[in-house]
Write a new protein. Structure first.
Length: 259
């Protein structure tokens, strides 16, 4: 059962550290222009659209919550030390901003449940073929023509057991960080891209390069303990009001946002 998106350290009272690419002009510009205030309905709408379904259906229609129920350990497989260092910062940033997610780097692939394959752009399609087989690789290439990719394997309880992320290393810092954040986050569960939500990186028309406030809401809702793998839309809606109140307090604190 493969769901593919073709597409923890909990802080005390401290504000999260700067994003991994804050010094890159294109990212800094986007951070300055970022919308940070959202209504409950805007957050709920984006959460439901990204946490249910899948952009590219390898396993049919999915109408259940998918998430990790175990610590997440990430291993970077590749030769570019600079990209590995950037990925380490991305993972630390995600860990700092998602309250109930235990995520960190692993020292080797055997200890990881998220494998990040770092490849040259010219090797991307060949790598996708290795991961998904030639027929699915052709479908992926024709329907999405991706610059990067993520997918995960889930069990019968819809708990994610393993994720694979493919990132290109030679398309510049902005593309690398934009892909790293989007694909890593999607590999944690919110795998459905949507063109109808303008504030999320899970919109193919939006490029961020950092972990924006709106998507912090989505991931914090998903990893709240009251949101469980296998839940239906109606089951999620029943607990969302209480979850959202706590998530708002956390996201406000970790980003030093005004009341």
């Amino acid at each position: 059962m493969l769901a593919a998106a073709l597409v923890a350290a909990v802080l005390g009272g401290a504000v999260a550290p700067p994003a991994a690419g804050a010094e890159i002009p294109a990212i800094a510009q986007r951070q300055r222009a970022e919308k940070k205030s959202f209504t409950d309905s805007e957050i709920v709408d984006g959460f439901l659209k990204t946490a249910f379904g899948a952009e590219y259906h390898l396993a049919g229609k999915v109408d259940r919550i998918r998430k990790y129920d175990t610590p997440v350990r990430v291993f970077a497989d590749g030769t570019r030390a600079d990209r590995k260092a950037q990925l380490t910062k991305v993972v630390a940033d995600i860990a700092a901003r998602v309250q109930h997610l235990d995520i960190a780097m692993a020292n080797n692939g055997d200890d990881a449940n998220v494998l990040v394959k770092l490849v040259r752009d010219r090797d991307l399609y060949r790598t996708i073929t290795t991961f998904y087989g030639s027929e699915r690789a052709k479908e992926i290439r024709s329907s999405l023509d991706p610059q990067c990719l993520s997918g995960f394997r889930k069990n019968e309880q819809f708990e994610i057991e393993h994720s694979d992320v493919i990132l290109t290393v030679d398309n510049g810092d902005f593309v690398f960080l934009d892909c790293a954040y989007e694909e890593l986050l999607q590999s944690l569960g919110p795998i459905n891209d949507t063109s109808s939500v303008p504030w999320t990186m899970f919109n193919d028309n939006v490029s961020m390069g950092f972990f924006d406030v709106y998507d912090q809401y989505i991931l914090n809702v998903l990893y709240d303990p009251r949101i469980k793998a296998g839940m239906t839309v109606e089951e999620v809606k029943a607990v969302l009001p209480d979850v959202l109140a706590d998530v708002r307090a956390w996201v406000r604190k970790v980003n030093n946002l005004a009341e």
